[in-house]
Design a protein around this ligand. Structure first.
Ligand code: BGC
Length: 261
């Protein structure tokens, strides 16, 4: 029997108590990886994910991690290494949409919160794990961005700035790491049914508007992102670094040009 593609690999997926992070954690475990789960507030949901990973016969670690706080990140990653071993795969998934509002209205602390979690947080996690990956000559960093790394979004300027920053971090780091054996890739989901956008998919009117923005005409499901993530962190993607792979039902393909023009 063929070995599973991620057999024996150790992966960290931040923000894996729900949504896309949860689906990625489960997909990586299914592909053979041992997985470190993290949560900011929903411990019970996170423990449930860890249990599912164990039920697949993999090892799981689960603890609280606020990616924007460097000291808790230190403790978290030290515990992961102690419990599971050296990390091969880091999925920077934890993120927030933050307070919605025009730049003229939001406060400095609202801006900082989004940038701290969505941009500074991934840097903190990378900084902790990268030296080990470089020393061992292998590793994959997968940054979960968004279509809003390229699509502007009124009322979400900090979010867009953070996601665009994460994309450029991916590209610049890939150059820094060109000879190291470590790949850095970004995955940009479109509109995916998760707790972050429940206000949209629970409201028929908002949902109708959303569909006009998506050529495939429907919201995506978390598994559709997780399946691609699983490939991107595996050796099947060995020739991929410094790019964003966009999984968005065509959202970035200018849906309103499907007719007329
Ligand atoms: C946001 C979602 C939104 C999607 C498409 C994501 O980055 O978190 O709320 O539905 O982009 O606009």
């Amino acid at each position: 029997m063929n070995e599973l593609p991620l057999q024996g690999r150790i992966a960290v997926v931040t923000g894996s108590d729900s949504g896309i992070g949860r689906a990625i954690a489960l997909a990586l475990a299914e592909a053979g990886a041992d997985v470190a789960i993290s949560f900011r507030s929903k411990q019970e949901s996170a423990e449930e994910v860890a249990e599912k990973v164990r039920a697949m016969g993999r090892r799981a670690f689960c603890a609280r991690l606020d990616v924007s706080a460097a000291d808790t990140a230190d403790q978290y990653f030290e515990a992961v290494t102690r419990e599971l071993g050296q990390v091969d795969i880091l999925v920077n998934n934890a993120g927030i949409d933050g307070k919605t509002g025009d730049v003229a209205e939001i406060g400095i602390e609202d801006w900082d919160q989004v940038i701290n979690v969505n941009l500074r947080g991934p840097f903190i996690c990378i900084r902790k794990l990268l030296p080990g990956m470089i020393a061992r000559g292998k590793g994959v960093i997968l940054n979960i961005t968004s279509v809003h790394e390229v699509i502007p979004w009124a009322g979400h300027t900090a979010y867009c700035a953070a996601k665009a920053g994460m994309a450029m971090m991916t590209r610049s780091m890939a150059l820094e790491l060109k000879d190291s054996g470590v790949r850095v890739v970004a995955l940009a989901p479109g509109a995916i049914r998760t707790p972050i956008n429940h206000d949209v998919w629970e409201d028929p009117q908002k949902m109708a508007d959303l569909k006009t923005k998506i050529p495939l005409g429907r919201i995506g499901e978390v598994e559709e992102i997780a399946r691609i993530a699983r490939v991107l962190v595996s050796d099947d993607a060995s020739y991929l670094t410094g790019v964003t792979v966009t999984v968005d039902g065509g959202m970035t393909a200018y849906a309103n040009f499907s007719k007329g023009g």
